[in-house]
Design a protein around this ligand. Structure first.
Ligand code: TRP
Length: 450
């Protein structure tokens, strides 16, 4: 399809279903399958999940709607969208684009591990039930210098390949195939996880809050996870919203997308944590959780090899449908603002992201002890800075912007297609954007810095 700028028609989603799949595809990703279970595991399980839900209701739905509406109103990339409404605010969009670069750079490193694991699964390398052996294998894979960079590069190339195809021809088409398959498999896996002997402890761990585990760190992690998992706070949903046709029912989409995302995160938790307990792993096992425990589960069940192949194909799909959205934020900016063609800008930005990702790729090997700031290595620092600082900050500024600069009256007008569709919660939403969002995010922020 033709590209935008210079009077040409802007890209648009081909269908409502296609948009929902693409947006849910952006939201559902490594954040759900890989991060949610281990962050929940690290932060006290049920206590974390409870706070996650509170944050989801207070800021998740609210910001999803705000971003989509802002995007469709302006029909511009993240920076352009802010600028069109108030020139003074365009740097907030800029902050988003930078955040997108940073996230994609390390996201792609994990995406690379997934490709490597898929190959291992295909060649029978994961048919091991011994946790220690799988743990060692994970260690060897992630710490190899050449290997991590190579697979990181492959993942970036796959991401580019889809984004070059454009909004409806690349992103939407790919998401429409990948997402439904993913939903089916994750349900299967969750059922399997919960029926393992000894899984009850894990289910309890995930769903029954232990309030003694609550701390400000848990709250900040949950807030960060809401932003990360829903792809909020950096203009991703502004960009995806900008490709929406005028008749689209945004309040409805802004409800469906977070529900799908949260559903998948919980299912991923149910697929992983019960198995962790059943197999005697540590729930606070960190980034290796998905890569070590799930293969052990698969290896011990009938048709395990097939399941592990299927699983890593789907993790790869989930990761790709998210990484394309991150790259699209940057591409959309360059295409809109500099009139560069899509192909060129995609390749250029993809290459830059690849370079920025290299230190993260080395953070599990030769640079694992290299602390950059706050005692964190490169990967941990990027992850912390983006999820726990830059995304919430972007979200806070978005609330202030939509609530007070653009104004909720105008936003509601856009959300209801000028009064054509019903949005009974408009009043509540306005209150959340104006007051609850900014206050909740600020409080968590300030408290966590103290
Ligand atoms: N939400 C994705 C995940 O859960 C990652 C992602 C895609 C993202 N786009 C984003 C995170 C924008 C933050 C902002 O894996």
């Amino acid at each position: 399809m033709a590209n935008l700028s210079g009077g040409q028609e802007r890209d648009q989603w081909g269908s409502k279903m296609g948009f929902i799949m693409a947006a849910a595809g952006s939201a559902v990703g490594l954040g759900n399958l890989w991060k949610f279970p281990y962050v929940a595991g690290k932060n006290g399980g049920g206590a974390f999940v409870l706070v996650y839900f509170i944050m989801l209701f207070l800021v998740g739905f609210t910001l999803m709607l705000a971003e989509l509406v802002l995007g469709r109103k302006t029909k511009l990339n993240a920076i352009g969208a802010y600028r069109k409404i108030s020139k003074k605010w365009k740097w907030v969009g800029g902050l988003g684009v930078i955040t997108g670069f940073m996230i994609l750079s390390y996201y792609s490193v994990i995406g690379g591990w997934v490709i490597k694991y898929l190959i291992e699964a295909l060649t029978g390398g994961l048919s091991v039930t011994d946790a220690a052996v799988l743990g060692d294998k994970f260690g060897t894979i992630v710490s190899s210098t050449g290997g991590s960079i190579f697979f990181h590069a492959l993942f970036m190339i796959a991401t580019l390949g889809i984004v070059i195809g454009g909004v409806d021809g690349g992103i939407e088409k790919a998401s429409k195939i990948m997402m439904p398959a993913l939903f089916v498999i994750i349900i299967l896996l969750a059922v399997r996880g919960c029926t393992l002997p000894g899984s009850m402890a894990g289910i309890k761990y995930l769903l029954v809050p232990d309030f003694s585990k609550l701390s400000m760190d848990v709250v900040l992690s949950a807030l960060g996870q809401v932003f990360f998992s829903l792809s909020l706070g950096m203009g991703c949903m502004i960009t995806y919203g900008s490709y929406l046709p005028d008749k689209e029912n945004i309040p409805q989409s802004a409800t469906i997308i977070p529900l799908l995302d949260t559903g998948v995160a919980l299912l991923a938790g149910l697929a992983t944590l019960p198995a962790v307990f059943a197999f005697g792993f540590e729930p606070a096992g960190g980034p290796g959780l998905m890569f070590v425990t799930l293969p052990a589960v698969f290896a011990s069940m009938p048709m395990g090899t097939m399941f592990s192949i299927l699983f890593f194909v789907l993790v790869l799909f989930a990761a790709l449908s998210s990484s394309i959205s991150l790259l699209e934020v940057c591409v959309s900016y360059v295409v809109d603002e500099f009139g560069m063609n899509r192909k060129k800008s995609t390749v250029l930005l993809g290459f830059i992201t690849f370079l920025i990702g290299i230190p993260s790729a080395l953070s599990f090997g030769i640079w694992s002890d290299k602390t950059i700031l706050f005692g964190k290595n490169f990967f941990d620092l990027f992850d912390f800075a983006t999820s726990n600082v830059m995304l919430p900050l972007g979200g806070l500024l978005l609330c202030i912007f939509v609530g007070w600069v653009w104004g909720t009256d105008k936003a509601v007008e856009e959300a209801t297609n000028n009064g054509e569709i019903a949005f009974p919660l408009a009043g509540a939403w306005s209150f959340l954007v104006k007051f609850v969002g900014p206050i909740a995010i600020s409080v968590v922020f300030i408290r966590s810095l103290m």
